[in-house]
Design a protein. Sequence first.
Length: 152
Amino acid sequence: MKQSSSIKLLNHTDLYIAERIYQLFQKSYSIEAKLIGVDSFPPLERTLDNIQDSKTQFWGYYKNDNLAAIAEIELTNKLLDINSFVVSTTFFRQGIGSDLLGYLLTNLSFEFAVVETATANKPAISLYKKFGFIETKKWLTEIGIEKVMLNK
C-alpha cells in the first residue's frame, strides 16, 4: 500500500480541526515536559478556545490522513516566527519534522526566521540547526525552564 502525505494550512477556527491540534499539542508537549523535567509547562495550558481564537497560522503534515505534525507560525514583516512545532509520538523519527520545516522554509516568503525551545530539547535544536538556524540567546524563564533562541 502506498503511503501518502501532504502539508497544508489548517483552518484552526473549525472545531474539528482545533480539537485535532489540541490533542496533538497535549500528547507531544507532555513528552517535551518530561524531556525537560518540568511539571508545569505553558504549552500544555493552552485551551481549545485559545487555539480557535489564535491569530497565528497552523500548518499540518498529514500522513495517510493522520495529522502527524503541526507548525504554528506568525509571518509578519518578512519575519517567520515559529511559535509551536510538534510531531505526533506515533510518527517520531520518520523525518516528518524535517519535511514540514523544510516545506515552510522553502515555500513561505520571509527574510528572517526565529524559534525558541528548551535547551534540554536536543532533538528540536538538532532539527533547527540542520536547517541553518544558529543559537543566538539563552535564558532562564520565570518558571525555571532554560530556553534557547535560534535564528536563520
